[in-house]
Design a protein around this ligand. Structure first.
Ligand code: PRE
Length: 376
């Protein structure tokens, strides 16, 4: 049996050759990029890559090695593409993304829409982001918010996208995908739920509790202690408060914000009743214009992927290779195409950064139905 150090010397010698060949290959790839820049050709040539993988795989009779060679060359060609995208960005060929940079949103002179009624958490988020004198109005559904900004009836919409206890608000992801509206800001609101009832209501009178399904979930530990209370979902916590106020029935209570109690003449019976002390909701500020504030720090994108092995891995590698920090990934089913998904990815950066432009350029070419959802 050969000595280990001798075997390692052999491996070192072979690896040096591989590195030399890799560098030589990347040199050629650089020239290919120059050709493509001069001739306006796309970096990715999927047919050429598939043909290469087939030819290279056929150079060996060993099935284990065939698999290894194909995996290795997939990586090598991915690196080759990334080098080319980088050169394109350096030559300014990647161009400016179709988003306009602004110094700051004028939060005072604008009209804002939110879903629900006064006292809803979205209303509170609106007042926190746009100031207590915000020129705001409300509509019944999140879709109505999207329509209002699409039509220009409102300049901005304030929509809940994620709660720290109950997770994503799926419908908002679907609406972002569907509408040509863009995220320009976000507001995180600390959520402390209160049990709201008619003044003087005692806990043993309660039979029914109304709220938004997310709020019912965020208070499930408290509600489990009152298992005889029937839980009924409504589209908004403030609407639940309004219902209790209008029905004037002391067997009914709502879960909502203390502000909602003030707006609807109710009393805070208990507070806080959410089990997560750090319960917070992240709201996004959405508009119909493709714009971003100069100090924006997070990019949100969405795309679909071809149904092939490694496709998500390849897309995410553009983020990793450009040294960008991915902070979130979500997927949502594509309606009428069972088991295919839209992906939603957030990563840190500004659309002016060359690393961001470079990553976006690569993803844009390789994913299907790519969209920048915003930079904020
Ligand atoms: O042949 C090309 O067009 C190249 O850009 C080179 C290369 C490769 O590295 O082999 C890289 C990207 C293309 O998708 C196909 C092949």
């Amino acid at each position: 049996m050969e000595d280990l150090s001798k075997l390692r010397q052999d491996i070192d010698r072979i690896d040096r050759q591989i590195v030399e060949l890799f560098e030589e290959r990347m040199g050629v790839s650089r020239q290919v990029a120059e050709y493509k820049i001069a001739n306006g050709k796309k970096v990715l040539d999927r047919a050429r890559e598939l043909e290469k993988l087939e030819t290279l795989g056929n150079l060996t009779n060993d099935s284990f090695n065939r698999h290894g060679i194909q995996e290795l060359f997939q990586q090598i060609m991915a690196m080759s593409r990334k080098l080319q995208y980088q050169l394109l960005a350096e030559e300014g060929v990647s161009g400016n993304l179709p988003f306009t940079r602004i110094d700051h949103i004028d939060r005072k002179h604008c009209r804002v829409v939110y879903q629900g009624v006064e006292g809803a958490y979205a209303h509170e988020a609106t007042l926190q982001y746009f100031g207590k004198d915000a020129n705001a109005f409300h509509v019944p559904t999140w879709r109505d918010c999207m329509e209002a900004i699409k039509e220009g009836v409102a300049d901005y919409a304030v929509l809940p996208i994620e709660n720290s206890s109950a997770g994503e608000v799926n419908d908002i992801y679907d609406l972002l995908e569907e509408y040509d509206n863009y995220i320009v800001g976000e507001q995180i609101l600390k959520i402390n739920h209160a049990l709201l009832g008619l003044p003087g209501t005692s806990l043993d009178e309660i039979r029914t509790v109304y709220s938004h399904p997310q709020a019912l979930m965020q208070c499930s530990v408290y509600l489990d202690k009152h298992s005889d209370w029937q839980r009924i979902s409504l589209s908004n916590t403030a609407m639940a408060a309004r219902k209790v106020a209008e029905d004037k029935d002391r067997s009914q209570v709502a879960i909502g914000s203390p502000a909602a109690a003030g707006y609807h003449g109710l009393e805070v019976l208990e507070m806080p009743i959410n089990h997560n002390r750090f319960n917070s909701t992240r709201f996004i500020i959405v508009t119909n214009r493709k714009m971003y504030e100069a100090d924006a720090k997070k990019v949100s994108i969405c795309f679909e992927l071809p149904h092939t092995s490694g496709s998500l891995y390849n897309i995410l590698s553009h983020i990793i290779y450009n040294d960008l920090n991915m902070c979130k990934i979500e997927s949502r089913p594509i309606p009428e195409r069972n088991w295919e998904y839209h992906f939603f990815v957030d990563f840190e950066g500004n659309l002016d950064d060359s690393a961001v432009k470079n990553a976006i350029r690569g993803i844009m070419e390789e994913a299907v139905n790519f969209k920048i959802l915003g930079n904020y």
